[in-house]
Design a protein around this ligand. Structure first.
Ligand SMILES: N[C@@H](CCC(=O)N[C@@H](CS)C(=O)NCC(=O)O)C(=O)O
Length: 117
């Protein structure tokens, strides 16, 4: 081994030692690192039905829209779904000001300009 390598290793070793916790200050308890989590079957919560059903605007090719549908399903929320055509610029623009999906419209919370808040 070259002398420069030995010097380098020695420097590394002393640097590493600086990060070690002195024995006197090291925690005495043992750390449990179990990663086993007991799986429980999914239990669906109560059905959420608003007076006016919310509307979810989606593209059929949109992964973000699928995530929202999944979340609403898990939360058991009843909603209407509106599949937007990809060339429909007017509908999303009227709702949120630009062409994008998903859009979740809660009729009760629609502001007075007719837009989704
Ligand atoms: N950050 C947004 C992103 C949504 C998004 O990018 N959606 C795409 C479809 S997957 C979109 O609307 N793109 C505009 C377009 O298709 O013209 C979200 O998570 O909802």
């Amino acid at each position: 081994m070259k002398l420069s390598t030995v010097a380098c290793l020695a420097t590394l070793a002393s640097s590493a030692a600086a990060f070690a916790i002195p024995a006197a200050r090291a925690p005495s308890m043992t750390l449990s690192m179990s990663t086993t989590i007991e799986a429980r079957p999914f239990e669906k919560g109560p059905r959420v039905v608003m007076d006016q059903l919310p509307i979810l605007y989606v593209y059929d090719h949109c992964p973000f829209c699928v995530r929202v549908r999944l979340a609403l399903g898990v939360k058991n929320v009843k909603y209407l779904i509106h599949f937007l055509a990809n060339d429909d610029v007017a509908t999303p623009t009227a709702l949120v000001g630009k062409k994008i999906a998903p859009i979740f419209e809660i009729p009760e919370e629609k502001n007075r300009h007719g837009r989704v808040p």
